[in-house]
Design a protein around this ligand. Structure first.
Ligand code: ADP
Ligand code: MG
Length: 258
């Protein structure tokens, strides 16, 4: 897999649930290494669906997705070598962390990815310790993930991705359920990943988060189409666009114009 290729190339991708419920309508999008791309869209616009497609969990009903220059298809992912290479490079944090966490303890959860990679036990332990430390959840080590608070669960999910150390982070509404201090911490965390050269794709409708972490913003309409993509400042100052896409209240829009 060559580094010069875009991380993702999404070409005319459509997706319908059960053959009728449109979630994505002819999406075109290229994502380059080292970007912090925000997928900005109202509820139901298709953000989570796109992230699941990028993670190879669902497959387009129309169009094509390439990752690192290779088509991501059901067939391609049946190949063990491709699957392994893809899974170690790309990681998704679900919007609903409850469906993500499945281990009996936080320790097992965070050790899962490095064990899957077949890393030696010493390296697994080193990764687990450093991920728990980075997320400041050492004290939760022996706890059952499903008995944690929303914010703690999100940290565990982030730690389990950190122990995998993917090149590409897919984050779905990552600030949901976090208190203000954890939110600022998350922003720092994302910026740090970006400084380390990782590619971060974040789905959100949170304009503040977008402003804080985006190097580029892609806007989804409620019709499941890409209606704008580009410079964060330009997009965040386009109040008509944000209003049209149900991302800002008329009230806020009105006040900001005064
Ligand atoms: N499992 C599902 N079955 C049927 N329709 C779904 C399902 N998940 C999402 N949808 C529909 O697909 C569209 C996009 O949803 P989603 O990707 O979750 O949007 P977002 O993450 O932007 O809120 C919505 O209209 C939603 O109702
Ligand atoms: Mg969503």
């Amino acid at each position: 897999m060559l580094n010069t290729k875009p991380v993702f190339d999404v070409r005319q991708v459509s997706f319908e649930y059960e053959g009728k419920q449109t979630a994505l309508d002819h999406i075109d999008l290229s994502v380059h290494a080292g970007e912090s791309l925000i997928i900005l869209g109202a509820n139901g616009s298709g953000k989570s669906t796109l992230l699941k497609l990028l993670d190879g969990l669902y497959f387009p009903t129309g169009g094509e997705i390439q990752a690192f220059g290779n088509p991501v298809t059901e067939e391609a992912l049946r190949d063990d070598e491709f699957n392994f290479a893809f899974r170690r490079r790309v990681g998704l944090i679900f919007q609903d962390t409850d469906v993500q966490l499945f281990s009996a303890s936080v320790l097992d959860e965070v050790a899962f990815a490095p064990l899957q990679l077949g890393l030696p036990r010493d390296e697994v332990n080193r990764r687990v310790d450093s991920a728990l430390e980075a997320l400041r959840i050492e004290k939760l080590r022996e706890r059952a993930p499903h008995r944690l608070s929303g914010g703690e669960k999100r940290r565990v999910a982030l730690a389990s991705l950190l122990s995998l150390n993917p090149d590409v982070w897919l984050l779905d509404e990552p600030t949901t359920g976090l208190d203000p201090r954890s939110q600022s911490w998350l922003v720092e965390f994302i910026l740090k990943q970006r400084n380390e050269g990782k590619t971060v794709i974040t789905a959100t409708h949170d304009l503040t988060l977008a402003e804080e972490i985006a190097s580029r913003i892609c806007v989804f309409s409620e019709d499941h189409q890409v209606v704008a993509a580009g410079d964060p400042q330009e997009i965040l100052e386009d109040h008509d666009l944000l209003h049209r896409c149900n991302l800002a209240h008329y009230h806020a829009h009105h006040l900001e114009r005064i």
